[in-house]
Design a protein around this ligand. Structure first.
Ligand code: SF4
Length: 343
């Protein structure tokens, strides 16, 4: 059984530190925490005479805060659970207070099994990466690891996002492969793409392993290459802008529109809150799409839309500003797969 640890002392301290005790707090939780973790926070606030209000839209990350809902409800405080500010600093346009509460998962890792898998792969130096739920240093400093002949390396605390592989790219040249501790494939699959290092995913919830290797990377890149080639024939482009707080592209959208227009192509901005890719297929006159928000919509969900959908870095290849070879071998500080792929 999995237990989620809400840090109630941090919650208490945060509330006590406010100059004026809030009357209402807007709560936001990701899907996995909508049961008892959410209820325990609701109870905690009610006991303190604070009215909890729930933001009930799906929450995918700290890139997606309910700023408009807070404004409409006249609430000055947002408590966001399950993600940290990493890669998405609090938006300055919100004049109220946003507090972040990462939620730890109380689950043991099978280090013996993990080491067995790594020994089979023949890795001696391993980059250790994980998601915010497992960033908990003590788990990586135990006797089993210390007694093994394997060296684990982390850049900072090793936290990764689906759209940010910084912690991996910074150490890629000094490791044989990466171990990603995370549920599902979402966080692990971009690591091999971004670093060109084999990546072993360990899912602590069901104790399964999956290797993302060169073959996986080549298959991924050949799919992207095919979409880029198809998009080269497009003359009428749709540029998707997000109404989500941390994904709102500010001037990025206009830069992309200008890139397209400079090449004599037609480009129309489309703004939306939750991106519904099948719905976009109804805009039949659009030949290809550029996504300026969560890049994973283009890289993982492209199959759900009829026309090619690309990231802004891929657009640079279409327009001849970046060669394919430059695209697949990013320089230090550049990323194959982040929200700011091409500036
Ligand atoms: S932009 Fe996408 S991958 Fe990045 S944090 Fe938001 S939802 Fe996750």
């Amino acid at each position: 059984m999995t237990y989620y640890n809400i840090d109630f002392s941090l919650l208490d301290k945060t509330i006590k530190n406010f100059r004026i005790k809030p009357q209402k707090i807007l709560l936001q939780f990701p899907d996995g925490l909508l049961g008892s973790p959410l209820q325990s926070v609701v109870n905690f606030l009610i006991e303190r005479d604070i009215e909890p209000v729930l933001s009930a839209d799906p929450s995918y990350g700290a890139c997606d805060l309910p700023l408009n809902q807070a404004k409409m409800m006249g609430i000055d405080h947002i408590f966001h659970f399950g993600h940290s500010t990493f890669a998405f600093p609090p938006p300055s346009e919100f004049k109220g207070k946003i507090s972040y509460f990462p939620v730890k998962v109380n689950i043991e890792f099978s280090w013996n099994k993990i080491l067995e898998e790594i020994i089979i792969l023949g890795w001696k130096t391993v980059g250790l990466l994980t998601t915010i739920q497992h960033v908990d240093k003590y788990k990586f400093e135990n006797e089993t690891i210390n007694n093994s002949n394997i060296t684990f390396v982390q850049h900072k605390e090793g936290q990764i996002l689906g759209c940010n592989q910084d912690r991996a790219t910074k150490i890629a040249s000094s490791v044989d492969g990466f171990l990603v501790i995370a549920g599902g494939d979402f966080h692990a699959s971009p690591i091999v793409v971004a670093t060109n290092r084999p990546t072993l995913r360990y899912d602590p919830f069901n104790e399964t392993f999956k290797l993302f290797d060169e073959q996986f990377r080549n298959k991924y890149l050949s799919k992207r290459y095919a979409l880029i080639e198809k998009a080269k024939k497009a003359t009428n482009w749709g540029v998707i802008l997000s109404a989500k707080s941390g994904q709102f592209p500010k001037d990025k959208g206009s830069r992309i529109l200008n890139m397209l227009k400079r090449k004599g192509l037609t480009a129309i901005p489309f703004i939306m809150h939750n991106v519904n890719l099948p719905h976009l297929s109804n805009f039949e006159t659009i030949d290809a799409w550029i996504i300026t928000l969560c890049p994973r919509l283009a890289t993982d969900d492209y199959i759900r839309i009829k026309k090619p959908i690309l990231t802004s870095r891929e657009l640079a290849v279409v327009l001849g500003d970046l060669s394919w070879d430059q695209f697949i071998t990013p320089k230090t500080g550049e990323h194959l797969l982040t929200i700011e792929e091409f500036e």
